[in-house]
Design a protein around this ligand. Structure first.
Ligand SMILES: [Zn+2]
Ligand SMILES: [Zn+2]
Length: 347
């Protein structure tokens, strides 16, 4: 039997979010019911509520940075028990059969993963995200939140944290490697913390120097303003890895020129418009231009353990659910340090 629960939803594209109810499926054989405690606000929530990427479904309950406590388990559940601290990230299912799913890279499921919201589940029902009080999810798509990280500061790790951890690991950020993080927002500040904890030499490239003190507190070793043309001259050929968290079109040729031999520029933010570059920027220095999208369940769990071990969480501003529309405007204006998190007790 489905249950009806309170949620915050956008009734139509660009409409303000408002309190409503949605239904959750009955707890199945392998499902866990989660009492949601916190839900982070990701910039992609705003893109989707405003239908800026197309294909938006309404009503839409956003939220894919979810933490809470297990309230009920199905009879076949083996990994979790009532009371466990758990999280859910950007997807709640995948085909489980393709080469990528079998490799633990469900985020690249060849049949497409089932997104936590704005998607259709394998039962044919729409999926609703974390701006709500409860969620039912297959235990294989839930994560364990280690003791030692607060559920509030852990929530943004489920998207922002893994979005940065995965490429930093894949491209070997670590001791002796020079890593730059472009942008110091919800994604970038986690990139700084994780790259520094991995032992890399970390530089922030941000429009202005306004967040320099914060970046240093998070572990950055260097900080440059990209509005200063000297930055690109000083740092030419310098980095092994640049992770670009900014979702506006950058001058790719200028950023590629900052890479050392065999260096890689990885994009984790997606601009609305196609990008262009001069291919000579890749030929010189055998450079690579790459992208990376969140991470698989196994790697997300590894990221959570890593963050717990190193005492890392997101920097958050906790808000009540009725502040969500105002928070959206502030995210768009880059006026948040560094992630809004909804206290779902206020829904
Ligand atoms: Zn996200
Ligand atoms: Zn698959």
């Amino acid at each position: 039997m489905t249950t009806t629960i309170p949620a915050y939803a956008a009734p139509a594209a660009k409409a303000p979010l408002e309190r409503t109810t949605v239904s959750r499926r009955a707890v199945g054989e392998h499902d866990v019911l989660i009492d949601i405690k916190f839900a982070g606000i990701c910039h992609s929530d705003i893109h989707q509520v405003r239908d800026e990427w197309g294909g938006a479904r309404f009503p839409m309950v956003p939220g894919h940075e979810i933490t809470g406590l297990v309230a009920e388990v199905g009879p076949g559940v083996t990994r979790y028990a009532v009371g466990d601290r758990v999280g859910v990230g950007c997807f709640v299912d995948s085909c489980r059969e393709c080469a990528n799913c079998l490799a633990g890279e469900e985020q690249y499921c060849l049949k497409g993963f089932t997104a936590t919201y704005n998607s259709v589940g394998r039962d044919g029902e729409p999926t609703y995200g974390g701006y709500s009080t409860q969620l039912v999810v297959d235990e294989n798509y839930a994560l364990r939140i280690p003791e030692g990280i607060g559920l509030d500061v852990a929530a943004p790790l489920l998207c922002a944290g893994i979005t940065l951890y995965s490429p930093l690991k894949h491209w070997n950020a670590g001791p002796g490697r020079k890593v730059a993080v472009v942008g110091m927002g919800g994604l970038g500040h986690m990139g700084v913390k994780i790259a520094a904890a991995l032992g890399a030499d970390v530089t922030v490239l941000s429009q202005s120097l306004s967040k320099k003190a914060d970046a240093e507190r998070f572990g950055a070793h260097h900080y440059y303003a990209t509005s200063d043309a000297d930055t690109f001259e000083q740092l030419a050929g310098h980095f092994d890895l640049i992770v670009n968290t900014v979702s506006v079109n950058l001058d790719l040729d200028a950023y590629l020129s900052l890479l050392a031999l065999d260096g890689t520029l990885v994009n984790v933010g997606a601009p609305e418009h196609p990008a262009s570059l001069n291919v000579f920027s890749l030929l010189g220095g055998r450079r690579s231009l790459a992208g990376s999208n969140i991470g698989g369940i196994r790697e997300t769990q590894e990221m959570l353990e890593f963050c717990a071990e190193h005492g890392l969480g997101s920097e958050i501003e906790l808000i009540a659910a009725d502040q969500v529309n105002e928070a959206y405007d502030r995210v768009v204006a880059s006026d948040v340090r560094y992630r809004f998190v909804i206290d779902t007790a206020t829904i």
